[in-house]
Design a protein around this ligand. Sequence first.
Ligand code: TRP
Length: 307
Amino acid sequence: MSQTKGRILTGHRPTGPRHIGHLAGTLTNWARLQDSYECFFLVADLHVLTTDYTHPERVRQNSFGIVLDWLAAGIDPERATLVLQSAAPAHAQLETLLGMLVTVGRLSRVPTYKEQVHELQLQPSLGLLGYPVLQAADILVYKADTVPVGEDQLPHIELTREVARRFNQLYGETFPEPQGLLSTTPRLPGTDNRTMHTSYGNAIFLRDTPEETTQKVMAMYTDPTRIHATDPGHVEGNPVFAYHDAFNQDKAEVAELKERYLAGTVGDVEVKRRLARALNETLAPIRQRRETLAANPDAGFDRRNPG
Ligand code: TRP
């Protein structure tokens, strides 16, 4: 183990099963980061409650579900620490203290907050307003210096830095000012070419069977301008090729398919069939690990703090 680069904290809200967008966008990257950082991976179940507090039992179920997905995708509890936010009281405790150092005005200008308020059409709760303060607490509890996130989360990291700086000024050097680490992989579209989303019916889940995966691939949106297999097609903006780029290890095959697609010498069905095969190859070891874990849930676990 060569954990030399520093300490990471990052996490997901347990909103539902993880899909191949999470795999390409974050999980593969997290698994790799375990080689060079000390890693803390957080199941941010309290954060889910800021918008979705009517069915807490569902949040609990989803929390166990995403841990299984993470482990199947290569998060290694021998090397990384997994944290269930609601089971570690320090998160909420530090949020209370940090809350003294942030103004309501500052929090109401956070872009994610403004979007949520607009979207939900509700009177925002104190919990929702405090979302970034809880996130700052998540990071600062562990004195993490590096936070791998998507671009939409950068305003939260900026706020974390401000709060850490303020705390340090007042009480002495305590917290490092963490840096965001942006993933370089492009965002994967859904099977219908909208944003891939757990609840849109356009996601391929890590827990899907090979048959379900193939079925979803064969039904994918492709190039709407193309009527016949002999029409020259578009590769750019075509989610089938975005998936080929993300998951097909055989780069020569991908290059050849693109060339033939542009020339109108290969049909959508063949391009999709090859994608289904490549995707199922990528998912096979993940499914294998999930089965082993599901059959033997206590294997290798130290169940401290069962919450
Ligand atoms: N807000 C993050 C998201 O929705 C999840 C999260 C909670 C997080 N706490 C965190 C991410 C701390 C990084 C660090 O994706």
